[in-house]
Design a protein around this ligand. Sequence first.
Ligand code: MTE
Ligand code: HPA
Ligand code: MOS
Length: 776
Amino acid sequence: MHKNKTNNELNTKLDAVSKSLKRSIKNLDSYTHVRGESLYVDDVNMRQGTFHAVVFDSPKAHGKIKHIDYSKAEALEGVIRIFSYKDIPGQNEIGGIIADEPLFAEKDVHFWGMPIALIVAKTEFIARKARGLIDIEIEDLPVITTAKEAKAKGSFINAPRSFSLGDSEKAFTNCDYIFEGETFSNGQEHLYIEAQGAYAEPMENGNIKITSSTQGPTAVQKTVARVLGVAMHKIEVDVTRLGGGFGGKEDQATPWAVMAALATYHLNQSVKLILNRHDDLRMTGKRHPYESTYKIGLSKDLKILAYEAEFLQNAGAAADLSPAVAERTLFHATNSYYVPNVEVTVASCRTNLPPNTAFRGFGGPQGMFVIESAIAKAAHEIGVHPRAIQEANLLDENDTFSYGQIAKKVEAKNSWNSAKSIYDLDALEQEVKDFNSNNSSFKKGIALMPICFGISFTNTPMNHARALVHIYLDGSVGISTAAVEMGQGVNTKMMQIAANVFSIPIEKIKIETTNTTRVANTSPSAASSTADLNGKATLMACNALVERLKLVASEDLNVSEKDITFKNEVIYVNDKKTDLTWTELISKAMLKRVALTENAHYATPEIHFDKTKEKGHPFAYHVYGTAITTVTVDCTRGTYEFDSVKIVHDYGKSMSEGIDLGQVEGALAQGIGWMTMEEIAYNEDGRLLSNALSTYKIPDIFSVPKDVEVIPVETQGHELAILKSKAVGEPPLMYGIGAYFAIQNAIKAFNPNYDLKFHAPMTPEKVLMGLYGNKK
Ligand code: MTE
Ligand code: HPA
Ligand code: MOS
């Protein structure tokens, strides 16, 4: 994959990377994944007589339900019962942040695909057949599908919010250049491989156990309890792993689990509800589309003096996580740049689409696309390369973010300059220039994309986790945390932490399922913070056990605790091996009746945020990096291929380089997909047109960049990152934004009069319009 490099520095770095990759631990799940033995909800061993459920959903985006006739469906052989809002013993309300979302529609429907009833039958096939027999009459109401329309009609989820720094209005009067414009970025389908689903089982005394494909087991437990009107302790939620979540199962795994539990509650029988792909695509929310306007002001030396933006977020029909997503847009509105005067506002607009939700980056990418657009526009008008403006404004140590946090351990310039020198940007740019002067029907474009992403839930109270660690009497270890494995490798990281502290082989450690009975009141696995929060709790629990065991060893060996260390399953005193092994020590501790279980709680220190002032220190730290993207556009067809994406990424001190590299590559591909080819389309009636994989295209092996290189930037990591290994789940998605601007630069090389448009995704159709139309 790597081409020959003349650059020695690069070769040395690549060597170092590949060496440490060899050393790095294998993802725990790779063995069962490859053999097809990994367990998902659909693999649960079903109890005898389990029923199957299918959701009946609205065939209109907005309207009044005049009449529903279930009689034909109910009469079908094998149909057990059909449940609607009338069967809910507690509250018909599942909104997490704002109570505005019914589980089942009552009198009105608010989006196409909104659940109305649950059909329970002996088989899924029968339930599906019954669905086709339900007659419904809906009186149409006006449908809103875009954020702009919603704003015009005053249809909002909550009050808009603004962050402000300095005085942008005044600063604009001192600018040499001012540009304004508008942008659009479309939604994105999560397309986790495992669709949404849950399996509910009746236990004794009305207790219910739910196996769910959720990032938020506690959210499921809490909502089931609310809808059934029972105490939370009656509900147990268990998660083995997810076949992907990407934010789509932070909140939106909940309704399906609640429905299955509702049926179990009434029927006292196990119920399985798994959406098929069509149902999942139609009924679930996606990344939020944003319509935004910006105003940017610069000095002659290309310093951004003022920046204003208004973000209109298409929230869909209910709040879901939209207000939190909107907040993160504001936090990332200036990306990795220091802008002294900022005024940014976001409005969550209520439309008749399925409620949009968390998606890798959580509103950050949408904010960053707008400032990158503003910079591209300014560069085009001034007649400089966008990177001149980017470079002139990179964040520095002790700069202030618009939300008041002071930037510390900033790697913006370090990663930018490293990318430039390691990958020899001058040579890359020269290659592009030469290519473009020698070719008329193909053009290349190059773009740089710096990122700065804040790590922590923006909602401070969510930043906590617990770990429950058992050492069994044979010396093997079981670890339960709130971490949900969804392919990101968090279980492997938990395992590494325990293996390091105890100094025992990983075969002696088991990462248990994520279960609300073992670890309670958890935050979802999200915000890229799962390894930090749960890892720190695991570290604390393991350390506490080691301290306790050292006391046992010191009594046994008659030495001071301070001199004891554990190494490869043996106890050492003053670095000298003793005859006491880990397993023997555990037996001795048992005889002495020492507790071999520890429960630790971690809450991120230092962070705080005051929403009344919109100021504080919300993030434990930031993750930085820079990507250089090169693309070749076929100027006859409008198609494009990415030649390479060359990244310098701030891992801190990665604890699992193989896993982290996988996260960077996967996020990059997902970001490129969002920016270039994934096109969600609803018609004006609010019906999803891109409702199958024939009409919704995600990057495949042929469309990902031919060459992806990722080199760690040399950094100290951060104390608040687990073992100084920085969070990696979401930040690299935003490298994908560079793909949009690389294509745009190629279009400019073909059509210098191109009137820049900032309307993502940059599909081949739009490329063609740019190449041949859109002239000023
Ligand atoms: N990687 C895989 N393979 N599958 C996923 O679903 N989710 C992403 C990211 N990487 C995801 C993934 C999202 S949206 C987040 S927030 C983080 O992983 C969550 O895990 P972490 O907190 O352990 O990084
Ligand atoms: N990121 C992801 N999920 C969240 C957040 C966040 O900042 N806040 C609430 N849920
Ligand atoms: Mo990720 S969008 O925080 O689940």
